[in-house]
Design a protein around this ligand. Structure first.
Ligand code: IPM
Ligand code: MN
Length: 360
């Protein structure tokens, strides 16, 4: 039986709690199939050593089957240019491992109250695919600040970058059952093609790729308009693809419509590597108090199992992915162990134990 080497990076704030909770759940689900190796990284590590992503950690990430991360970043630990150090852990891994598709499911689970009145579980179920290696983020660390009087960052859109993320989105739509509203397989391009050439180019390449997927509907929405649509007609969406910065923004909005970032999973995928983490931050204000919800990271762990299972044709791992997702959904639906971010009082350890019991 193949075993898989998983590099874990606890990181900062609540990162250690949620990452270790996820390791416990994945061990419960997969036994000895997964071998975990913890490595250092993040803002607190930088404060001690000057390295936010030590080379031995990066080497382990490059050589392992997948990467599981808690969270990174601490307020006040910034570079001279004012940007946050901790975020560089994510960004260095994204750019150096070329993790071009940031996959962010937006799904309303039974037992979770959406702030959108009248929408029920099953009616909000789409995936945001955020281009993860260019866009406005290509300017990270490369922007201009001239004499403290002028600052610029450049939005970069490449043909290769759009082709591969659009193709990923269309292929993902083929694996799904279509939008809740009408069952139509649909990919929506989120852009501002009406205003900027870079986004007009993004849309044009999206359409070129989409022309090869006659069975999947092509849809377009401007980034401002889609924020309204995501609130007024969330059931219309199946897969949304967006440039990096727009994807960052609308994925938080999407998470907010289904319970918040405490339930927001993410899978950052490239051709050869995968980084799995909750889409939330390090929440230093509640760190070390057993208050954090591990749900987002555990659901990201399930995404990791599904990704590994697909890449290695490993039916047992695919089954484990489903069991972890179902265990989380069962705990949320039962409503007896509810994390703080969803209005309950369950601790991180209590949520973890409840999900492990469902797996047992
Ligand atoms: C996210 C976060 C990151 C981003 C930060 C932590 C680098 O907001 O993953 O959505 O800006 O992409
Ligand atoms: Mn974000």
């Amino acid at each position: 039986m193949q075993t898989y080497d998983i590099t874990t990076i606890d990181g900062d704030g609540i990162g250690p709690e949620v990452c270790q909770a996820t390791v416990a759940v994945l061990r419960e689900a997969c036994g000895s199939r997964l071998r975990f190796q913890a490595h250092a990284g993040g803002a607190s590590h930088y404060a001690r050593t000057g390295a936010v992503l030590p080379e031995d950690t990066y080497a382990a990430c490059r050589q392992s089957h997948a990467i599981l991360h808690g969270a990174a970043g601490l307020p006040g630990i910034t570079y001279a240019d004012g940007t946050e150090v901790g975020n560089d852990l994510h960004l260095q891994l994204r750019f150096r491992l070329d993790l071009f598709a940031n996959v962010r499911p937006v799904k309303l689970y039974r037992g979770v109250q959406s702030p959108l009145r009248d929408w029920q579980p099953g009616q909000i179920d789409y995936v945001i695919v955020r281009e993860n290696t260019e866009g406005l983020y290509a300017s990270r660390g490369a922007g201009v600040n001239l004499r403290g009087e002028l600052a610029t960052d450049t939005l970069v859109v490449t043909r290769k970058g759009v082709e591969r993320v659009a193709r990923f989105a269309f292929e993902l739509a083929r694996q799904r059952n279509g939008a809740p509203r009408d069952g139509r397989r649909r990919v929506t391009c989120c852009d501002k093609a009406n205003i900027l050439r870079s986004y007009a180019f993004f849309r044009a390449v999206f359409d070129e790729v989409g022309a090869g997927f006659a069975d999947v509907e092509r849809d377009h929405a401007y980034a401002d308009a889609i924020t309204v649509h995501m609130l007024k007609k969330p059931d219309f969406y199946d897969v949304i693809v967006a440039e990096n910065m727009f994807g960052d923004i609308i994925s938080d909005l999407g998470a907010g419509t289904v319970g918040g970032l405490g339930i927001a999973a993410s899978a950052e995928l490239g051709e050869h590597h995968g980084l799995f983490q909750g889409a939330h931050g390090s929440a230093p204000d509640i760190a070390g108090q057993n208050l954090a919800s591990p749900v987002a990271t555990i659901l990201s762990g399930a995404l990791m199992l599904r990704w590994l299972g697909g890449r290695h044709a490993d039916a047992e791992l695919l089954s484990a992915a489903t069991r972890v997702e179902q265990a989380v959904q069962a705990v949320l639906a039962a409503g007896e162990t509810v994390p703080h971010d969803l209005g309950g009082t369950a601790t991180c350890t209590a949520m973890t134990a409840a999900i492990c019991r469902q797996l047992g």
